[in-house]
Design a protein around this ligand. Sequence first.
Ligand SMILES: C[S@@+](CC[C@H](N)C(=O)[O-])C[C@H]1O[C@@H](n2cnc3c(N)ncnc32)[C@H](O)[C@@H]1O
Length: 292
Amino acid sequence: MNEIRLYVSTTEQKAEQILDLMTPVFEDEELPIATSEIDEKADIWEASIYLYMDQEEDVRERFAALLKPAFPELAIEKEVIPDVDWIAKSLDGLKPVRAGRFVVHGSHDRDKLRPSDIAIEIDAGQAFGTGHHGTTAGCLETIETVVRSRRVRNALDLGTGSGVLAIAVRKLKNIPVLATDIDPIAVRVARENVRRNGIASGISLETAPGFHSTSFSRHGPFDLIIANILARPLIRMAPQLAAHLAPGGSVILSGILASQRWKVIAAYSGANLRHVRTIWRNGWVTIHLDRP
Ligand SMILES: C[S@@+](CC[C@H](N)C(=O)[O-])C[C@H]1O[C@@H](n2cnc3c(N)ncnc32)[C@H](O)[C@@H]1O
């Protein structure tokens, strides 16, 4: 089914106010989902609602009723987003994606690489993580910043999917990486991608739900933990995740809608982590926190 996006384009300040109005009304529903995104070049923010076609009228009315009293000048726009099964889609036909110095590409795009690129070749197959999603791109950018600016001697990639983030860490620095996923198919795909990128050793792959494996204590504590999952499980696992982080370590969290970011930051502040930076990509945020 196609997705319909209703959105208003406005300033950063108004977008925040609109999100504050929308969050208590829409947050606990499966659909629609309130979010926001930034177009950094144009310095324009969008507050958006994503919904399915058959719910359009109802949601449009409710959104308008919230918006009009406070922001009568803003028009609600509509966009139809074609249904794309990102997980099943291979990289054939997808352009290489740039995130910081990383370029995630398929085997057919090797000739498009520049000498300064840190190339990651991914065949998406049945696992998430081609680099095209805002959460993966946000994690890649943040990994580059953290690995270059902090003392990172080992890393955990929780929810590795295609293995893209574990491969990224390993391409930047020759350190051991534990990469886990609840999905055995993802672990198989990740293993193939690790091999495809010429990484002979250093990445341990394992099927593991959450932190229920002795591998975490055997490989940890970790200087860097990356988890691109979803806001709710991330909030739930905050104490466990923090317990596997070494003193002075960093955490990179994604899979979080803009409207959910404060709840995630609050959960991790409660586990004694300090918020460093949040970056935005296509309505999704990636959060970097440090253990002091
Ligand atoms: C959004 S994908 C991220 C894939 C890749 N890391 C990326 O950034 O593109 C989330 C992955 O986390 C896995 N996952 C979800 N919950 C998990 C959990 N509690 N423990 C381990 N893996 C989990 C899913 O199977 C999926 O492969």
